[in-house]
Design a protein around this ligand. Structure first.
Ligand SMILES: [Zn+2]
Length: 380
């Protein structure tokens, strides 16, 4: 079976002075048009993205600086705004907020191919041999990343240019064909995603002790405190802010690396993988510290998402169990259910019925596996 997937390739960008200036301008214009149209939406929330797009030409007359930048980026900005409203209408997101400078600075631009006098023109071109990327208005920009790759096999869909801690990046989204082999599943695992170890399997193996977080957490807290003492807009304020962004970026990279390792190990070892639907997890209770909570919550959903994709790509099965399934209250040996919710600081599950003593996370992952197999049997 052949499946079409979207894959992102992220590179560090090394723009020259002129290119930097233009990127910064485009970031500003994308933000400007986003906020301008968001303001317009206040009067009429049902303006579609096409209605908004139609206003762009007249806007460029009023604000001529918009003409200097990639028009595709401006359009993408409007589509993002529209997306935000669609999410809001379907109750998947909050009402879109105004964008501020220095907060997730990025713009997206779409791939366009033209044929003129038998010559093909593309606005985005990736050259991994000479390490450069051609981007609209910017022309060739130096890149670094994916040293072992000479070529990307697939169609470029779009590129997102971002600026974090004064460094520039480009993420190229590519449509690729993937040949998925049919496999006959011969192994199964239940996994519990948690705080103490990121993943615990029903085989009793735990992965990813998130201790590396401590180091970042301490530094983030200290810098946040420093930042709150600085005068907003001052030189020192920006310096601290850049340091903070840099640590967030490092943390994100460390997290991606850990998660990728865990996911490739599990998807290599097992054919059927069962996890909990994360919305049930009572993570809020597990950590009172806000920062740690937000970091671990997003880490956990990142692992689940990666598992979902990787299983699809490898032709393996991934199931998630019912959101009301009490994996941590049930004894994995005799099925006895503790009515009382155990304190989450207790690491052991002790069954009052059969006397089983087992690590809490392993007990949960076994239950998740059994429940998942049971459900998949019912639905097949
Ligand atoms: Zn028991």
């Amino acid at each position: 079976m052949v499946m079409i997937i979207n894959k992102a390739y992220k590179f560090r960008l090394y723009p020259n002075y002129k290119q930097k200036e233009l990127i910064n301008k485009t970031l500003g214009c994308s933000r400007f048009i986003y906020n301008y149209m968001l303001d317009k939406k206040k009067d009429n929330i049902f303006l579609s993205k096409y209605d908004l797009s139609k206003q762009v030409p007249s806007l460029t007359i009023t604000y001529p600086f918009l003409k200097e930048v990639d028009v595709c980026a401006l359009r993408c900005s409007l589509f993002d705004l529209d997306n935000g409203f669609q999410r809001y209408f379907t109750k998947k997101g909050n009402y879109p907020k105004f964008k501020a400078k220095g907060v997730k600075d990025s713009y997206r631009t779409c791939y366009v191919k033209n044929k003129y006098k038998n010559k093909i023109y593309e606005n985005i071109k990736l050259d991994l041999i000479n390490n450069n990327i051609t981007l609209p208005k910017l022309k060739e920009v130096k890149i670094r990343g994916y040293r072992n790759l000479n070529k990307i096999n697939g169609r470029i869909l779009n590129a997102t240019i971002s600026k974090v801690a004064n460094k520039y990046y480009v993420s190229v989204c590519v449509e690729e064909y993937l040949d998925i082999k049919e496999i006959i599943p011969s192994s199964v695992v239940g996994i519990d995603v948690g705080i103490k170890s990121l993943v615990t399997t029903s085989d009793g193996i735990s992965y990813g002790n998130p201790n590396y977080l401590n180091k970042y957490e301490r530094r983030i807290k200290r810098l946040q405190r420093d930042l709150s003492r600085k005068i907003k807009g001052s030189n020192n304020f920006y310096k601290t802010k850049i340091k903070l962004e840099e640590i967030y970026r490092k943390l994100k990279n460390a997290r991606i690396k850990t998660n990728e390792e865990i996911v490739s190990k599990i998807t290599k070892d097992y054919d059927i993988i069962i996890s909990e639907d994360l919305s049930i997890k009572k993570m809020i209770e597990e950590s009172k510290k806000y920062l740690r909570k937000s970091i671990t919550n997003s880490t956990m959903s990142d692992i689940i998402n990666r598992l979902k994709y990787k299983c699809k790509w490898l032709g393996k099965k991934f199931y998630q169990v019912n959101r009301y399934y009490a994996s941590s209250q049930i004894c994995s040996r005799c099925n006895h259910k503790e009515v009382e919710m155990k304190s989450l600081s207790r690491r052991k599950y002790i069954c009052r019925n059969c006397g089983l003593e087992i690590d809490r996370d392993i007990n949960a992952s076994i239950n998740i596996m059994i429940e998942g197999l049971f459900r998949s049997y019912q639905t097949n």
